[in-house]
Ligand binder design. Structure first.
Ligand code: 13P
Ligand code: 13P
Ligand code: MG
Ligand code: MG
Ligand code: MG
Ligand code: MG
Length: 371
């Protein structure tokens, strides 16, 4: 029996600035999804938040890219935008970049991570929600979960996952993709995904011979690029991801372990700075220091045989992640001392999509050639 898990998210107004989602937006989305669950469009849902991003987590039987489910998400975002406008929230409707829905929210502003899966006897899943960063921020942790034996003991000691996994990597610039196998092509994979602003892990699949079909994703990341849709800077496309765990896949703790290291990601203030990603429980996902530092929330679920979401369990609500949080604060402090200098500020190529070119343009006529 197949069930689809869809996480669709959008920033439709911050409270205040870009800090967090106002509870009335959550209530509005809950009402609309609640009605849809009553009518049978979806099986179950949960509305979460991370920073200023509203996150719709849904299960249903309609497959990925379903016009009905995407349309439902769009309606929920639209309705919440109306509330955001009434409250005068900051950037009301920020991520809704098109006026009319045309069957699919991809390329319209919201971020999407979806997978259609054959439910196992027990289906543990983690949904990850990041704010103040971009999809490439998932490259390092997803790599470590599914390919790094120093992170995931199961790669070494569990015969069910010893054969490794397949990574689908997207070249964001050239709109193309490649599948690489690990461990055989580990170095090729790293050659690409180390360049996280260009090459982004989109999905991970099992290999032939795994108990899960090799065509069913075991991890998926949202990879929408807002600036390509908007044509100008409208905030970073704060990403989400879905990862399945246990039973020939990384154990829950192996899925979370990469976040014990607060790695550097792009985003933070004005989407223009490098900084550490801090693993936090939901109640701490309100980035305010220099609009950050970037956050990641991990929600744990068991999907019931009927497709219901049993959860969430707020997985970073564990003092064992205190050290990562402290370390993130320390790194944030260190990075901040660089002020407007690289590598705290992003390199020029990435600043192209911000407001910086507007400043540089004004200086253009002051330049003269050097002999
Ligand atoms: P339990 O013995 O608690 O089920 O744990 C097994 C396991 O795989 C932990 O990673
Ligand atoms: P968001 O992408 O979370 O809206 O943040 C934008 C920003 O400019 C923060 O300083
Ligand atoms: Mg915002
Ligand atoms: Mg955001
Ligand atoms: Mg954003
Ligand atoms: Mg429920």
């Amino acid at each position: 029996e197949k069930v689809t898990l869809s996480v669709i998210k959008a920033d439709i107004g911050g409270w205040p600035g870009h800090s967090r989602v106002h509870p009335q937006l959550v209530e509005t989305a809950e009402e609309i999804l609640g009605r849809a669950r009553g009518e049978g469009t979806i099986i179950d849902f949960y509305v979460a938040t991370c920073g200023d991003d509203l996150q719709l987590i849904m299960t249903h039987k309609k497959g990925v890219d379903s016009p009905e489910v995407h349309g439902l998400a769009w309606d929920a975002f639209k309705a919440a935008t109306e509330v955001a406008k009434e409250l005068g929230l900051y950037g009301a409707g920020q991520d809704l970049l098109r006026d009319a829905f045309s069957g699919n929210v991809r390329g319209m502003g919201p971020g999407v991570a979806e997978m259609e899966i054959t439910l196992r006897k027990s289906e543990p899943v983690v949904t990850f929600h990041m704010d103040k960063t971009e999809p490439g921020a998932f490259n390092l942790p997803i790599f470590r979960m599914f390919a790094d034996p120093f992170n995931t003991a199961g790669l070494v000691i569990d015969p069910k996952m010893h054969m490794g996994f397949r990574f689908e990597v997207w070249d964001i610039l050239k709109h193309r993709r490649v599948i690489l196998n690990t461990p055989e092509e580990l170095y090729d994979l790293l050659a690409l995904i180390g360049a996280k602003s260009r090459y982004v892990i989109k999905r991970v699949y099992p290999k032939e011979g795994h108990s899960i079909s090799k065509d069913e994703p075991v991890a998926v990341v949202s990879t929408e690029k807002l600036y390509e849709v908007a044509g100008e800077y409208v905030g970073k496309d704060d990403p989400v991801a879905i990862v399945r765990a246990q039973g020939g896949l990384p154990a829950l703790g192996e899925v979370l372990e990469p976040f014990a290291f607060p790695h550097l990601v792009s985003g933070w203030m004005r989407g223009s700075h490098n900084g550490p990603v801090m693993p936090v429980p939901m109640h701490q996902a309100n980035p305010t220091r220099f609009d950050g530092p970037p956050r990641v929330v991990a929600l744990g679920w068991q999907i019931s045989p009927r497709g219901e979401l049993v959860g969430p369990v707020d997985l970073f609500d564990d003092p064992a992640f205190d050290h990562a949080r402290r370390k993130a604060v320390e790194i944030a402090e260190y990075m901040r001392r660089h002020g407007p200098f690289e590598p705290h500020r992003l390199p020029m190529e990435e600043m192209e999509y911000t407001t910086l070119p507007g400043v540089l343009e004004r200086l253009e006529e002051r330049f003269e050639d050097i002999e």
